[in-house]
Design a protein around this ligand. Structure first.
Ligand code: ASP
Length: 441
């Protein structure tokens, strides 16, 4: 008999937003015996323009703080209605009113903003546990933060592992844990992904399934490229490179625990469960596609500093970087030539400091000239070994040349799986489309 894989199934807010989708999630869990650990977000938007339960909870908190009773009651009523609708359709015998009353009372007791926000996941977890007949595990008892607010990974792993192994199966709300003084603290927005990853590591599952509303990660931004293909696989490292460059993927911190444990993640679609999804792998053992994906960001500036014989002057770069450090500017790339260097940094970080930065560079490094050019966009093409794959690199440059997109700068580190090109912001979309078409079109 085939070995049953042990899985964590984490459902995002879009997968739990209304009764049919929530039922889809229940069916998915029941469809495989190995899905013994279930992590839930709070119900998300049902349609465009709708409100997420978490946002309603934050609003309730604000209204309570401002003693705006009318608005508080109205907003709480919306939350109550969302859960009652789900309960009536999915598990009519479950007494969610009692839980809702507890949450209502907790606002009156002023338990803080994070406590308020966490109740969306709490209620959703309670309901899911009732629907599945699984035990409910409250992360307040097993996901821990330290006094300084940072996450306590080892204490959490020990507690989660002990509790979950004893239970054998469980529903765990995502997004929150507790502080040493027993108050509730949440991760940053989208943090249920992190809880899924913590649970996956704690019980050492074979696979972490992250259920959402898309068929997987797309090779490029669908607002730029029409119907981009879904990636079959991506490594943790490539994923970080793509998300760093602007692709919206998983919560960044969520990858760390499973990556440490070598557990793969698969991104799946709750409304299309038979689609293969995108697998996130610790490493690629066999063949890899030439490129995994393309991402990019606008909003960069290049500070170019020119000086004859710069290459022979030891400490020249340091002087320039020191000026940036003094001014709290984080540089992203540093392409150099023989007699010039361009430091690429986010434009927003230079605001209000331009004249000062240029002046300090002139005094410190004594260049012939120093100037700032704005409206630069960076495009990252990510793929295994791409920075030394001549064929792939020539495909990128040919595609840009054909599309008449001038390349302002290039950057590729020998150790990395990405090639970066800088283009004018106005050419950003066209550049991405041209590169995508050359590789995957
Ligand atoms: N409900 C939280 C949010 O909206 C956390 C999550 O969904 O992962 O950010």
């Amino acid at each position: 008999m085939e070995k049953q894989l042990l899985k964590v199934a984490k459902f995002g807010g879009s997968s739990l937003s209304d009764p049919p989708r929530f039922q889809g999630a229940i069916d998915i869990v029941k469809g495989e015996e190995g899905r013994r650990f279930v992590v839930v977000s709070a119900p998300g938007k049902r349609f465009s323009g709708d409100e997420k339960v978490t946002d309603l909870l934050y609003a309730c908190y604000e209204h309570a703080q401002n003693h705006n009773d009318k608005k508080f009651e109205e907003t709480f009523e919306k939350i109550r209605a969302r859960y009652l609708t789900l309960r009536d359709a999915l598990c009519p015998t479950y007494n969610i009113e009692e839980e809702l009353e507890g949450v209502y009372a907790s606002f009156k007791r002023r338990l803080g903003k994070d406590h308020a926000a966490s109740r969306g996941e709490y209620l959703c977890g309670r309901l899911m546990a009732a629907c599945l007949g699984y035990p409910f595990l409250d992360p307040a008892d097993c996901v821990f933060f330290k006094d300084d607010g940072s996450f306590d990974a080892e204490k959490t792993n020990d507690a989660l592992s002990t509790r979950l192994r004893a239970l054998g199966r469980a529903v765990i709300p995502g997004f929150y844990g507790s502080m040493p003084n027993d108050t509730i603290r949440t991760f940053t927005r989208g943090g249920s992904d992190i809880t899924g990853s913590l649970v996956a590591r704690a019980v050492n599952v074979d696979l972490y399934e992250n259920w959402t509303d898309v068929d997987g990660f797309l090779m490029a931004d669908p607002r730029i490229v029409k119907d981009p293909k879904v990636m079959e696989s991506v490594t943790y490292r490539e994923l970080r490179e793509l998300s760093y460059m602007g692709a919206t993927v998983l919560h960044e911190d969520s990858v760390v625990p499973v990556r440490m444990a070598g557990i793969p993640i698969v991104i799946k679609n709750t409304t299309n469960p038979s689609a293969a999804g995108t697998k996130i792998l610790p490493r690629r053992d066999g063949d890899a596609p030439v490129i995994t994906g393309i991402a990019g960001r606008k909003g960069f500036s290049a500070i170019t500093v020119e000086k004859d014989m710069m290459n022979g002057e030891i400490g020249f770069c340091r002087k320039i970087l020191e000026v940036l450090e003094e001014n709290d500017v984080n540089f992203e790339h540093l392409p150099t030539g023989i007699d010039g260097i361009s430091v690429v940094a986010p434009t927003a970080q230079l605001e209000g400091k331009r004249a000062k930065v240029l002046d300090r560079i002139s005094r410190k490094a004594k260049p012939e000239c120093a100037y700032i050019e704005d409206e630069i966009a960076l495009i990252a093409v990510v793929g295994k070994g791409i920075s030394s794959n001549l064929k792939a690199l020539s495909t990128i440059f040919d595609a840009l040349a054909e599309a008449k997109v001038p390349v302002l700068l290039t950057n590729r580190c020998m150790a990395e799986n990405n090639a970066i090109v800088g283009v004018h912001e106005k050419d950003f979309e066209e550049g991405i489309r041209a590169i995508y078409a050359a590789f995957a079109g």
